[in-house]
Design a protein around this ligand. Structure first.
Ligand SMILES: Nc1ncnc2c1ncn2[C@@H]1O[C@H](COP(=O)(O)OP(=O)(O)OP(=O)(O)O)[C@@H](O)[C@H]1O
Length: 305
């Protein structure tokens, strides 16, 4: 049973159409990604789910509730990550968490949440003195303090260094393992691929595709490419004769073999049978980025983080 249903959602700001006939549903317990370049309409979509914006057309249902009409009820089940600018600079991590906990009927234990997010030592630190990663973790804690069934996390690792990003990813997986359904808004392909069970690819206000990361990639191409240098001269026909192999070409002293199925196994065992070792072996597969380009005809412009 879907926990969130978005049907033919439309939202415009004056003459700018931000969301144009978007439909998807989110299943309980999954990490659902909304992935697209800057300005694709991701934030507007989740703001309609949060009840912060009223759709111009279509409908949104969160556990059977209308986010605008039943805003108070939806707030009890849905936790949203706050943007940095929304917090006062002088408030400490513990104070803000206690304050937000007081808004909910059965909140999480703030001290426990600080511990889970590795912020215990920073409990008494003012917001303005926290590092980017710590602020980000605090904003996740604020999204979770009401013990929500659904957490909406928007651009959660923008501006973080690589280590802090990986730590945040781990944290999100922990949150999901507690049974919280997560909507993850991101323009980072690697983040979506690593974390999401399913992804809605959004481009210019429309859904280009919805599938698992592997499913999206497989739609573009099931092809893999192996590149290697044979340890001794190779008769190409032993490779072209293999059913999984679609193409064999030479690139200087290397061979580039394309195909499907269990290509590495088939090629390497065949080479071994002919006493050839594949040196400097490298394998390439289509990426989520290739999928986006194939489905929208546009390159995915990386945003400045
Ligand atoms: N309050 C607003 N007033 C006018 N236009 C807006 C407003 N908010 C968003 N837009 C426009 O609507 C479109 C979609 O914006 P939205 O923020 O939903 O996209 P996004 O995919 O979340 O992008 P980003 O990753 O840059 O936040 C953009 O063209 C944006 O400029």
């Amino acid at each position: 049973m879907p926990i969130i249903d978005v049907t033919s959602l439309h939202k415009a700001y004056g003459s700018t159409v931000a969301v144009d006939d978007v439909s998807f549903s989110v299943e309980e317990g999954e990490i659902f990604g909304i992935l697209g370049p800057n300005g694709a309409g991701k934030t507007t979509t989740v703001e309609c789910i949060e009840g912060l914006r009223r759709p111009d057309g279509g409908s949104v249902s969160v556990l059977g509730l209308d986010p605008v009409r039943d805003r108070a009820e939806v707030r009890k089940v849905l936790g949203a990550q706050l943007q940095e600018s929304e917090l006062p600079e002088k408030i400490t991590a513990a104070e803000v968490l206690d304050l937000y906990a007081s808004f909910y009927p059965s909140p999480a234990d703030p001290a426990e949440l600080l511990a889970d997010l590795g912020l215990t030592e920073k409990a008494g630190t003012r917001f303005e003195k926290l590092s980017g990663g710590q602020k980000q973790r605090l904003s996740i804690a604020l999204a979770l303090v009401g013990n929500p069934r659904i957490a909406v996390l928007d651009e959660l690792t923008t501006g973080l260094d690589p280590q802090a990003r990986r730590d945040t990813w781990q944290l999100i997986e922990q949150v999901r393992s507690r049974g919280v359904t997560i909507i993850l808004v991101t323009h980072f392909m690697d983040e979506a691929e690593r974390l999401c069970d399913r992804i809605a690819l959004i481009d210019r206000g429309k859904v280009a595709a919805i599938d698992s990361p592997a499913g999206l990639i497989a739609r573009v191409s099931a092809a893999q490419t192996l590149r290697f240098r044979p340890s001794s001269p190779l008769d190409e026909t032993v490779l072209t004769a293999l059913p999984d192999v679609t193409d064999v070409r030479r690139d200087g002293s290397h061979y580039v073999v394309s195909g499907t199925g269990n290509l590495p196994y088939t090629v390497i065992t065949t080479l071994a049978a002919h006493d050839v070792v594949a040196a400097e072996l490298r394998m390439d597969q289509a990426s989520l980025e290739d999928a986006f380009v194939a489905m929208t005809g546009r390159t995915f412009e990386p945003a400045a983080s």
